[in-house]
Design a protein around this ligand. Sequence first.
Ligand code: ARG
Length: 470
Amino acid sequence: MTSLSRWKLFIFLLIEAIGHVSSQGHRSVTRAFNPSLRPGDVITIQGTGSTRSVGLIRLHSEKGTCDSNPRLRSDLGQAPLSCNPLVLKLLTRKHKILFLKKDVESENKDVLIKTKLTSGLMRRMPYTITITVTYTGYDVQFNNDVPIEFVNRNRVGDVNMIRATSGNYDNIMLKRGANIPLNEPDCGQRGANIFRSKWARITNGQNADPGAYPWQVALRRKHVYPWAPYAHMCGGSLVSSCWVVTAAHCVLYVGRHKKNFMIRVGDLHNGDNSMYIMDEDQQTFDIEHVIVHPDFKDRPVPKNDIALIKLVEKHGRCARYGEYVNSVCLPEPGQDVFATNTECHITGWGAKNWTDRPRDYPHVLQYGKIRLHDFNTCKELYGRDPISNISQISEGMICAGAPGIDTCQGDSGGPLVCERGGPTFGEDNPFVLWGITSWGHGCADSVKPGVYADVTKYIDWIQKVRSKIF
Ligand code: ARG
């Protein structure tokens, strides 16, 4: 090595060393997210308290994604707004931290929130900040304190980058879907303009009002063949923009042939006649995943008859909500309990009579009101399977019915929903998905009620699946 290059190396190493020293106590970290953040994501930022007492953490979203009206801005010749849906400012003042929330669209609408923490940001002490993305905003935690929830009802912005500057940050980690909220804030709400008429088939059901059951979806074949001329297969329920809950027995074939099936949401008239589409907000989606409950058994009767379907996204989301489209609430463990005899609703495009052929299935979504039956009584009514001698009704099933009213062939996978707070006509109580149409002896049998998968038994499984696939 020549002496010149030796010098060069020395100087290079020196610069490196100086750079390293000066960056101590002043390290910035940037992480980009692709796809953007979504509810359930948890970001963990680790740092060490430094002599510089200020730290700044910014969630960035791409220019234009926060604008409430980007079209108008471009029409006016204005540049799209860039935005930081969340800005956290950390100041070490003994045991105090200041969190600063910057409002989405305007720099002037900054909100300064002073939060006293029991644990402070102290020099040389490592700390952890976790930001959980919810449906309405962000939950921020410093060490084990919960200082504040940043609620931004309108939108969280399409956050695709986080930058932690001027502090002493070691790491930013993202756990996708680590903490998916069970329900969306407006789940279970019917369309605001439903007529609420009482005239509202199912077996002996009635026509549903547009928007009365906005979570109802249809699982349909994309093509019809002479040997299968009917596109409609099963019902299902929207539990979030991209997730549908249905019956496992509906999707056994679908999973292996996803391309041949689709999910239609916002549908009232289950046909392809354009004459009816003003009463609906029909949206169709391809199927990305079909997940059948691992303990599903087909025989002698369907057991653990539940499956999840993930829709294929279009521009970062699936179902668009509105008057005719919304998610249903899943039962909140320990909170939602519907007792025997509670009046609940069933919906679907299935047969009105046990003997109907698919071509006779109703055109308009049907609903009926039925009552929840006592588990043990139902178990006795159904008795034992003659071959295996095991009880036909078992854990994970609930029975429900009313004289002459029942779900039937083609309704499977669809919802049995109950109103939180009880059936009160005209109130805005959210609806909870209590059962999934599964099986029964005939339809509207005078002795044996319809059998539904008991959703409360599958909440943990649903959350586990949703946290692994996004
Ligand atoms: N298994 C039927 C289907 O695939 C649903 C039957 C519901 N039967 C009843 N009596 N409730 O559509």
